[in-house]
Design a protein around this ligand. Structure first.
Ligand SMILES: NC(=O)c1ccc[n+]([C@@H]2O[C@H](COP(=O)([O-])OP(=O)(O)OC[C@H]3O[C@@H](n4cnc5c(N)ncnc54)[C@H](OP(=O)(O)O)[C@@H]3O)[C@@H](O)[C@H]2O)c1
Length: 232
């Protein structure tokens, strides 16, 4: 397969690159701020996935894609952790969450639609989070991150419906990785047990197993790392 990992320098992105390279796939990946070291047998592209021209340039540089995984996202910045209450709500932080967690999937879908069209199964997979499920929200808090992932989920469901006719072989899903040991989860790792913290390599293997079971008939779903369907 020709694979494109958007956000290839992140914890989960790097582990996915490694597993797909070992399987002999043709792996392409993007970096944002920090250029990645060049690996033999793969292709790196600079991309700010919140900038439409940057995504357009990426699509023009890459040919047909069988599997696109959007691994980019933020949960916290140097200045702010996710909100514990509405009194901590900050406009800039909210907009940063929407910009990084929601917008890139729309730009990628717009500019990679023609790249994912094929007579055989293709896959458009976006890293979401269970806290973006409206039905599953029992705890509250983290309002900007939750809202950005809920919006992402709506985008994915809507794209999946549109592509059922335009790209009938493409499977579009949202994927919840659980808590994975990456820079994104570091401030929150103390609160959970070791058993609840998954390694990026373990997670990459789980997603790889799920992809083996996916097909166009499963488009428009929200899956977790165990292959279970989550409520939107
Ligand atoms: N880790 C977890 O426990 C967990 C749990 C639930 C969901 N998720 C989701 O899984 C995904 C991957 O997370 P991760 O744990 O691998 O996080 P990570 O290690 O912090 O990686 C995030 C990646 O996003 C990239 N990125 C941020 N802004 C970008 C932009 N404007 N353009 C292009 N790339 C950009 C970062 O690159 P730069 O650093 O160069 O900006 C980095 O490579 C995220 O969507 C996250 O919400 C993770």
């Amino acid at each position: 397969m020709v694979v494109l990992i958007v956000g290839g320098t992140g914890g989960i992105g790097r582990a996915l690159i490694s597993i797909f390279q070992k399987q002999g796939h043709d792996v392409h990946a993007t970096y944002h701020i920090q250029p990645a070291t060049t690996d033999a047998g793969m292709y790196w592209y600079p991309c700010d996935a919140t900038d439409e021209r940057s995504v357009e340039r990426l699509a023009a540089s890459v040919g047909h894609i069988d599997l696109l995984i959007n691994c980019i996202g933020i949960l916290h910045t140097d200045l702010q952790l996710p909100e514990k209450s509405i009194q901590q709500f900050n406009v800039d932080f909210f907009q940063k969450n929407i910009q990084t967690n929601t917008l890139p999937t729309l730009l990628l879908a717009k500019h990679f639609q023609s790249r994912l069209k094929a007579p055989h199964p293709t896959y458009f997979i976006c890293l979401s989070a269970k806290v973006g499920s409206i039905e599953d929200n029992h705890l509250g808090g983290w309002i900007s991150y939750r809202a950005s992932k809920a919006a992402l989920n709506m985008c994915i469901k809507t794209i999946a419906i549109e592509w059922k006719t335009k790209l009938p072989k493409c499977c579009v899903i949202a994927f919840h990785p659980g808590t994975v040991d990456t820079p994104l989860s570091v401030p929150f790792q103390k609160r959970i047990s070791k058993q609840q913290l998954n390694s990026p390599d373990w997670l990459a293997e789980k997603l790889n197993q799920l992809i083996d079971e996916l097909g166009p008939e499963k488009t428009g779903r929200f899956y977790n790392y165990a292959g279970e369907i989550l409520p939107w």
